[in-house]
Ligand binder design. Structure first.
Ligand code: ACM
Length: 629
């Protein structure tokens, strides 16, 4: 009888707590379904049990009050319908960022060891409400969430997004909006790329020219990288930077969202703005060098190597450079309480060093045979400066090439090999390879999406595995998406480039590897499209767009159409008419007729057009088969 009851009990609880796929991103570690729903009402109250979590209760109350029009009250104690609780006893499974969320018809309880965990639990709770919860004004709907039990904690401790504010600047309000958005996806690092050839964006009080000169460039429009260089005597009127007051305010704001900011000062290359401000820091000491407005200043050879036309490097043999860096990093260290400072180290052209008498003398003195070794020397000097300020160095994976400092953390961007090698050498690693994590790459077809030199579809991003095969997981801190801003002129386009790929990365960095499931993710992505529509946050729908490939077999061209999604119908025409769902439905490769044929193609889902219409002329079709005319 006892056994029978046990089996009965297990079957009932299995039915009650069946695993279901809720529209949550990132997917929680464990979700058990319950019976019924919790309904939020005008008199729903939030309680919190520690003074330190009052701000989280306030955050949640605000998020719930705005779209509902209710005035959700909050108070210290344990008597709310929505209860936020810091555990009395540390729960090892949850760790520093995990939480448990329990909802049933009588209320919601979120428990965590830490404030961060509680904050993440609140963000999950918000995702359980209907999409209207993202609205910025009051709406009428059934404010209900399903009864369930979630136990959740992250896979990686470093879950980052980088934003470049040098190529295009985003003001303090926009940076805060960016922080809000990534925090809601449980990212916990904001890597702030603050300096580059196109602008120095942070006030350094002891070096005022960095912002007086380095933050200003001549006004230019049009495609970045193809713009005209500054003309002699032309005024640099396009000026933008953050004051130290702005920075302090943003650092505090980020901390309230459990985000640590990692500032990047990119040296010794990518330093044209610094050189324009203080020409004596470069080998050429060329006083005509100006901040680049997005001009072409290098020749790229297609294999990652390049030649600079303008000297944008700091001189590693000049002691004044280290005095300069001591001042810069001294002020940066004061402003940013996090343990790391990112010092760049990427794409440093050595052509000017090679010819410089000071660099040649330093190479002789040190017995260096290769000019690359000067970068190792430079980086170790920078590492000493950071150590003297109590900070740890992070650099792009070029810092591995020659003499990496002990204790340096490597950001693997040129692929995964750098990360693998660094981990083998016992260095901490953050994985951010171009192949999966470069959010500046366009997401769909080059014929539709704003052009950039490479593409990266959301399904590819979602396929990312941050731990390289054979690597010791203990060195892989996590991963990061990088949004370089050359082609990102305003905030709506930040959003367009981030989503849905940042959703994919949030899941890759937070969720268990074994729960990865593209079908499930794409379903949840459709829900998130609705949610972001409610919030009026921009995103790309390129995932719907057909993927067009062309092959050539014995002179005959074949059209091949694909989709990232499984429930998509792709229609096409080759007869210069507009495709709809009565046009030919793609199923197998289609021979492309001779002549000036034009392909038009569009994807449908559930009988509705969902994609852009792609239009490719014969010349482009031939190009895709590797035939250039
Ligand atoms: C980089 O993309 N240059 C790190």
């Amino acid at each position: 009888m006892k056994k029978f009851l046990l089996v009965l009990l297990i079957s009932i609880s299995a039915a009650l707590y069946a695993q279901r796929d809720y529209p949550l991103i990132p997917r929680p570690a464990e979700v058990l379904s319950g019976e019924g729903h919790f309904f939020m009402r005008n008199d729903t109250k939030i309680s919190y049990n520690r003074d330190t979590t009052g701000a989280i209760a306030e955050f949640l109350a605000e998020k719930l009050s705005v779209p509902t029009g209710y005035s959700i009250a909050r108070s210290k104690g344990d008597g709310g319908v929505i209860r936020l609780l810091i555990t009395d006893k540390y729960d090892n499974l949850l760790g520093k960022e995990g939480y448990r969320l329990n909802s049933n018809p009588s209320g919601v309880k979120i428990e965590a060891n830490t404030c961060a965990g509680l904050f993440y639990g609140c963000n999950t709770l918000l995702q359980l409400f209907p999409a209207d919860i993202m609205k910025n004004s009051a709406t009428e709907t059934d404010w209900k969430i399903p009864a369930l039990e979630i136990t959740d904690y992250p896979r990686f401790r470093w879950r980052g997004i980088m934003l470049d504010v040098a190529r295009n600047f985003f003001n303090a309000q926009e940076v805060k909006r960016f922080i809000d958005q990534i925090a809601a996806l449980k990212f916990n690092r904001f890597h702030w790329h603050l300096t580059d050839d196109e602008g120095w964006r942070i006030e350094i009080k002891s070096l005022p020219r960095l912002t007086k000169i380095g933050a200003c460039r001549v006004k230019r429009y049009g495609v970045f990288g193809r713009r005209d260089a500054p003309k002699p005597g032309e005024k640099a009127v396009d000026c933008n930077y953050y004051t130290q007051e702005d920075i302090r305010d943003i650092v505090k704001y980020a901390a309230e969202k459990y985000i640590t900011i990692v500032p990047e000062i990119d040296v010794p290359g990518h330093s044209m703005a610094a050189v324009a401000s203080y020409p004596e820091l470069s080998c050429t000491q060329d006083t005509s060098i100006k901040v680049s407005p997005g001009m072409e200043f290098a020749q790229w050879f297609g294999d990652g190597t390049f030649k600079m036309f303008v000297d944008n490097t700091l001189d590693p043999s000049n002691e004044k450079v280290y005095e300069f860096l001591d001042k810069v990093f001294g002020e940066i260290a004061e402003l940013f309480p996090g343990p790391y400072i990112h010092v760049g180290g990427d794409e440093c052209y050595k052509g000017f060093w090679e010819k410089d008498s000071g660099c040649i003398a330093l190479m002789d003195e040190k017995g260096y045979e290769d000019v690359e070794q000067l970068q190792g020397y430079f980086m170790s000097r920078v590492d000493k400066i950071l150590s003297s300020k109590g900070k740890k160095l992070i650099g792009w994976d070029e810092i591995l090439d020659v003499g990496i400092s002990e204790g340096a953390t490597v950001m693997s961007w040129r692929g995964i090999e750098g990360g693998k090698k660094a981990a083998e050498m016992g260095h901490d690693v953050i994985m951010t390879p171009t192949s999966h994590c470069y959010l500046d790459y366009n997401q769909g077809d080059q014929s539709i999406d704003p052009q950039i030199y490479a593409g990266l579809r959301v399904s590819k991003t979602y396929s990312f595995e941050p731990v390289p095969e054979g690597a010791d997981t203990k060195y892989i801190l996590g991963g990061q998406g990088n949004l370089w801003s050359e082609q990102v002129p305003h905030f709506r386009h930040i959003e367009y480039m981030l989503y849905p790929r940042a959703w994919a990365l949030s899941e890759i960095f937070w969720s268990k590897a074994e729960s990865k499931d593209w079908e499930s993710f794409s379903d949840r992505m459709f829900h998130f499209f609705e949610r972001y529509d409610s919030a009026q946050i921009n995103y790309s729908k390129a995932v719907y767009d057909p993927i067009v490939k062309v092959s050539s077999d014995d002179g005959q061209l074949f059209l091949k159409l694909f989709s990232e999604l499984s429930d998509i119908d792709i229609y096409y025409t080759l007869d210069n008419t507009m495709p709809d769902n009565h046009s030919p439905l793609y199923s197998v490769p289609v021979p492309i007729p001779d002549g000036p044929v034009i392909l038009r193609t569009r994807a449908y889902r559930e009988e509705k057009p969902v994609s852009h219409m792609l239009k490719l002329e014969k010349k482009e079709l031939l190009k895709r088969a590797g035939i250039f005319q």
